[in-house]
Design a protein around this ligand. Structure first.
Ligand code: NAD
Length: 331
């Protein structure tokens, strides 16, 4: 039997990526929706054949506990709302997938992990690139030392953000491009080096558009230092374009450009092009989680990984604020 997933928040990512991906999944299916916008209900019900009893709003959401059609709740709301809805879903006895970044504070991440643990439910983060073969190749080249030990990583993820978006509102986003895009640089650097960093330094970029970036950074540069001596130089901005993950190792290099998109990823190495097919990342990600739930296996992208990354993001902000390197103690 396919496990039932309910999407919470029917914005761009749910509509354009997750719902279509759920038409390709083998272990799970789109069974329900949770929305605060009644206008969206008719279209979603019709398009995906969702019965009335599986449609919820933010007020009656907790009654999802009585619905056996829903096994997994997928939180696709603005960042500051992830904690509340993850905790409510766990208390309703549902397994949870929560989008990145896991939350806007370390305290929230810890509360989410605790709630899922207490409810005996699994928690995973929407880190789709762990199921994407180009990114998996980067991690394998790094850990297998195919090109020798990795010495340096360069990671850039930048995208224009239009004025007025919730992503520019500190309250809802928790920060600027670092929370939204820089998190891919952090992730990419960590899985390419295969270690957790021990120290970060950072510098916020100048604001060329002061009104658009009144509440959050426009761009930020940061450097992660790894225990084995590798260094990652990272850049993220809401006023440029960039999408690269590159590793320089003792005997060669390997890189993706674009690196973090949904499709069209391309890889090259010092020995030639990577010949890798693009896949439906979200379908693989959700199928893997459903398999983990059904067979009681740990997920490769657990809440603990989301917490680790939010700790790193907060340390990057602290380093930028103080102008000093911030040591990290990650288990
Ligand atoms: P979006 O703005 O398109 O959708 C957000 C949804 O939340 C909308 O349906 C909106 O109505 C609803 N919402 C409820 N309360 C809201 C409020 N107070 N303010 C604004 N919207 C509110 O955003 P999105 O791009 O779908 O992103 C949602 C989440 O998914 C974010 O956490 C984002 O980081 C994550 N995301 C992840 C990926 C990925 O590749 N893993 C890609 C895109 C987005």
């Amino acid at each position: 039997k396919k496990l039932g997933i309910a999407l919470v928040g029917l914005g761009q990512y749910s509509e354009k990526q997750l719902a279509p991906a759920l038409q390709e999944t083998k272990n799970c299916r789109l069974a329900g929706i949770v929305t605060g916008t009644p206008d969206k209900i008719g279209k979603w019900k019709e398009k995906y054949n969702i019965p009335d009893k599986n449609v919820y709003n933010y007020l009656n959401f907790d009654s999802i506990k009585d619905n056996p059609d829903i096994d997994i709740v997928y939180i696709v709301l603005p960042n500051s709302m992830h904690a509340e809805y993850t905790i409510r879903a766990a208390k309703a006895g549902k397994h949870v997938i929560c989008e990145k970044p896991m939350a806007t504070s370390v305290k929230d991440c810890e509360a989410m992990i605790k709630a899922c643990k207490e409810a005996g439910k699994m928690l995973s983060i929407g880190y789709r690139l762990h199921f994407e073969p180009h990114n998996i190749a980067m991690a394998n080249y790094g850990s297998k030392e195919t090109f020798g030990k990795v010495k340096k990583v360069i990671a850039i993820d930048s995208q224009e953000m239009e004025a007025g978006a919730w992503r520019l509102d500190r309250e809802r986003a928790g920060g600027g491009p670092l929370m939204d895009l820089g998190i891919y640089c952090v992730q990419g650097a960590l899985y390419t080096v295969g270690e957790n960093p021990v120290s970060v330094s950072a510098k916020e970029g100048a604001k060329t558009d002061v009104s658009r970036f009144a509440e959050v950074e426009q761009s930020i540069d940061f450097q992660l230092e790894f225990p084995g001596g590798a260094v990652a130089n990272c850049h993220t901005s809401y006023a440029e374009q960039g999408n690269t993950l590159r590793a320089e190792a003792e005997k060669g290099w390997f890189e993706l450009d674009p690196a973090y998109g949904y499709d069209g990823l391309k890889g090259k190495t010092s020995k030639g092009d990577m010949d890798i097919q693009n896949v439906n990342q979200q379908a693989l990600q959700m199928d893997d989680f459903a398999d983990c739930v059904a067979n009681k296996k740990p997920t490769r992208v657990p809440g603990e990984m989301g917490l680790r990354d939010v700790k790193i993001l907060m340390a990057i902000y602290e380093a930028a604020r103080t102008g000093k390197p911030v040591p990290l103690k990650l288990s």
